[in-house]
Design a protein around this ligand. Structure first.
Ligand code: CIR
Length: 250
């Protein structure tokens, strides 16, 4: 169960962030509205949300998930793998300091939280363009100190590991085909090619936040007993962001 979240508002230069999508420029007003709807959904799930102001130095700063990996006892402050995002972690570290013991990923390691998927006491570490071998090794060593196990998964066709897979609950996942071979002994709901954006959803306190616009998958999940909350994510999708990216939950 989560009780708290940290989010950071998108800034006026949000559209100047990193992206590989060809969906066009995000509309700033709509971005703010969608961000507020996301905060409302967290509140609806019983979460106390700390909302940080945007920092004009970091157009991608609202994607707070990437700069920390938070566990019960400690938080690992990461080192983003794209130079444009280096430094975002400082504000978040100062917030998490009030709640957790802090550990750090050091140079030459790079690691982004979007590559880290926790399932019980095991952490899957995506080895993407943003998370290098050194970053993965440092995180594995920190996790081991706190009694967690970890394993690596190569990430080839999506930005981060969690862009392409979500742990729903128990042994259930949704995933794009790229990750199916690594989860052969689990119940994985495969996604059709027009539903790949659905691979990033967010299970919080028995509610499942999903991006709006995937009615087939929504129905499937409701039939499996999930209580879904649909969030319009169009403007964040334009900047390669998804539901998990917008908060740090603990
Ligand atoms: C980036 O490319 O870094 C941002 N535009 C999107 C980050 C999305 N974060 C995530 O998937 N965890």
């Amino acid at each position: 169960m989560f009780s708290k979240a940290i989010v950071r508002k998108p800034g006026a230069n949000f559209s100047g962030g990193l992206t590989s999508s060809d969906l066009g420029k995000p509309n700033f007003q709509k971005t703010l509205e969608q961000h507020q709807a996301y905060i409302n959904a967290l509140t609806q799930c019983g979460i106390e949300v700390t909302i940080l102001e945007a920092d004009p130095k970091f157009p991608d700063g609202c994607f707070v998930e990437d700069v920390a990996v938070v566990t019960e006892e400690m938080a690992v402050i990461t080192r983003p793998g794209d130079i444009a995002r280096l430094g975002e972690q400082e504000k978040i570290a100062s917030q998490l300091f009030a709640h957790k013991k802090l550990e750090y990923i050091f140079e030459k390691g790079t690691l982004e939280g979007g590559d880290i998927m926790r399932v019980g006491n095991h952490f899957y570490i995506g080895r993407s363009k943003r998370t290098n071998a050194e970053g993965a090794k440092q995180l594995a060593e920190i996790l081991e100190k706190y009694g967690f196990s970890s394993s690596e998964i190569p990430v080839k066709n999506v930005l981060h590991l969690k862009t392409g897979i979500t742990h729903l609950k128990e042994d259930m996942f949704v995933a794009v085909p790229e990750f199916l071979p690594y989860f052969k002994n689990k119940r994985v709901i495969p996604l059709a090619i027009d539903e790949f954006y659905m691979a990033n959803c967010l299970y919080i306190n028995d509610q499942l936040l999903i991006p709006k616009g995937f009615s087939k998958m929504n129905l499937k999940l409701e039939n499996l007993g999930f209580k879904t909350i649909q969030i319009e994510m169009s403007e964040f999708e334009k900047m390669d962001g998804g539901l998990t990216c917008l908060s740090l939950l603990f």
